[in-house]
Design a protein around this ligand. Sequence first.
Ligand SMILES: C[S@@+](CC[C@H](N)C(=O)[O-])C[C@H]1O[C@@H](n2cnc3c(N)ncnc32)[C@H](O)[C@@H]1O
Length: 183
Amino acid sequence: MRITERAHLAVRTAVKPGEEVVDATAGNGHDTVFLAKLVGAGGRVFAFDIQEEALAATRANLDAAGVPSERVSLIRESHVGLGDHVINPVAAVMFNLGYLPGGDHQICTRCEETVIALESAWAVIRAKGILTVACYRGHPGGQEESSAVLRAAQKLALRGAVMDTYGLEGSEAGPFLVVLRKD
Ligand SMILES: C[S@@+](CC[C@H](N)C(=O)[O-])C[C@H]1O[C@@H](n2cnc3c(N)ncnc32)[C@H](O)[C@@H]1O
């Protein structure tokens, strides 16, 4: 199973209809569409990306999926600032790191920002909520960022998070998923 599918499976177990959730890296919008359908009519998705191109692709995918625009807030800002937009506790935050598929590979998530954003995300997640981080090691900076994510996740585990990983045992340059659940 691909790590993105594994992330969806994990998030499904934690989110109820009508809840608020975050896509920290909207990209082409596949996770945003998934989350918008999952929370349904009464729910809300906050979707962050630093690229207008990504948010436009996400909007197009939401429209194609028939998701009403008021259900999703598309925010052109770094996920570092997610705490400024997300006020209520959320059921889930999803990160899918790296660059926009089909876009400029130079514009990608950065280690230092990712670690800060993970802390911010953890702070807004409700009890029994979930954080997923899809990590890619095959591009420049990917190994360093993936290692930093693992270290940050291990710190959260010491503070009571229940941590699972998928794909770590595979090839050294392959992708893996980190799942953290709040007690
Ligand atoms: C692998 S893509 C995400 C794929 C997306 N989840 C999907 O389902 O299509 C990574 C995205 O993260 C975005 N990104 C990079 N740095 C960011 C940051 N600091 N804050 C928010 N998004 C960022 C990139 O612009 C890119 O679109």
